[in-house]
Design a protein around this ligand. Structure first.
Ligand code: HSE
Length: 404
């Protein structure tokens, strides 16, 4: 008989409240929430909770010997880091959804799990309800994996869908994403691509066994998208999606980046709309596989937390097997991308050292260039691309010769 899971929950916002509801519903989980630690115990809450369950003292959870699992869904990276590391040091397993914290500290968190013989599970950190981490960890454990690519952020995808398909105004779509509980408390993380980047960092560890620090990866979001870009995409019969990708280039190297991308209607992710996420896994022998599901929102994220809680009942932990392989591929930025760059006053041609310009359009209303450029040159000039009159998008080249 497996033991009952007695949970100490940190955080009772959108996700924490949903975790409480989902655990109450899931009889087969044999799990119960013993204490909930919040920052402000006096804050009015919608949920009806048993007397005395709320606390604002973390030690009420850490020092409770009956609690055998911590679930951490705190909306603050530093607090999340201190909760998770304290729990691991005390040998208490943790389920967490804090992607920013995990992506920034993963090597240390892996080391703590090893040293204290305990586990940290975090499928909820990446793509909400889609079980992408556990699948990559357990199933794609071979040299065949070529690419993991997709829409990893629900809010920006929701905004792009509303703007692109429904002609809504960008700011009102952003407000709706916030009202619906998809967006981060600071939505800049969603629209700048940073949230997608954190998820991509975590995915890469489980896909290829390599940790790349977030500041080494090109990340460009959708905040400067303009009607001209949408018009251009419509003319070309493509959609613009914010896409994160990690791609093998050759046998011993891989590259990764987050950028808006022109997505052709033949791609799986073309029809991933609203707050949904979609992940394409490509490999030798099996070509492409596709995972699709809700990537944001309280209940979808809580469903993933529940799955990790249940996995703990069976003693599951990530083994990070791929990080120990003799031949892990090396991260490179020495690859050529093809990009669309729209600009007005900023002299994009002078800023970006294109290897080859394939198309250029200049008019009084606006200009664009389509050209080939190395990823390392884009990274070197990344700080010049935040001007409000500039928007860049990737035109996919990898594997285009293989796809019909
Ligand atoms: N703000 C995130 C998103 C929440 O929109 O995808 C889920 O990680």
């Amino acid at each position: 008989m497996k033991q009952t899971i007695k949970i100490g929950l940190f955080g009772f916002g959108t996700v924490g409240t949903s975790v409480y509801q989902v655990i109450a519903k899931a009889k087969n989980a044999h799990a119960e929430i013993r204490r909930i630690c919040v920052r402000d115990i006096e804050k009015p809450r919608n949920a009806i909770l048993p007397d005395g369950i709320l606390t604002d003292r973390p030690d009420d959870i850490f020092d409770d010997p009956t609690i055998n699992l911590i679930v951490e869904v705190v909306d603050n990276s530093e607090a999340s880091y201190s909760i998770v590391t304290e729990a691991l040091r005390r040998g208490i397993p943790v389920v967490s959804g804090s992607k920013a914290m995990i992506a920034s500290h993963l090597p240390e968190l892996m080391e703590l799990q090893d040293r204290y013989g305990t586990a940290l599970l975090y499928d909820a950190s990446s793509c909400g309800s889609i079980p992408v981490i556990r699948n990559l960890e357990e199933y794609y454990d071979n040299d065949l994996l070529l690419e993991v690519k997709g829409i990893l952020n629900g809010s920006s995808n929701y905004i792009l869908s509303r703007v692109f398909d429904h002609g809504e105004d960008y700011n009102s779509a952003l407000r709706k994403a916030q009202d619906l509980g998809f967006a981060e408390s600071d939505p800049t993380f969603d629209i700048s691509g940073i949230d997608s980047l954190y998820k991509l960092i975590i995915i890469t560890v489980h896909a290829l066994g390599v940790y790349v620090a977030p500041d080494r990866v090109l990340t460009y979001g959708i905040s400067t998208i303009h009607d001209d870009d949408i018009r251009y995409a419509r003319e070309k019969r493509v959609k613009i999606k914010l896409v994160a990708q990690v791609v093998k280039v050759g046998d011993s190297e891989f590259t990764m980046f987050v950028m808006p991308e022109f997505v052709d209607r033949s791609r799986y992710i073309y029809s991933v709309d609203n707050e949904y996420n979609g992940v394409v896994i490509r490999g030798e022998c099996y070509d492409r596989q596709f995972m699709f599901g809700k990537g944001a929102g309280g209940l979808p994220t809580a469903s993933s937390i529940l799955s990790d809680v249940m996995a703990r009942r069976h003693g599951y932990r990530y083994e990070y097997k791929k990080t120990g392989y003799i031949d892990t591929p090396a991260y490179t930025t020495d690859v050529t991308l093809r990009i669309y760059a729209r600009y007005a006053g900023t002299d994009i041609h002078a800023i970006l050292p294109f290897e080859k310009v394939r198309e250029q359009y200049i008019s009084e209303q606006g200009n664009y260039i389509i050209g080939d450029i190395s990823l390392s040159d884009l990274i070197a000039n990344r700080h010049l691309l935040d001007a409000p009159d500039v928007f860049i998008a990737n035109i996919p080249l990898f594997f285009s010769d293989r796809d019909d």
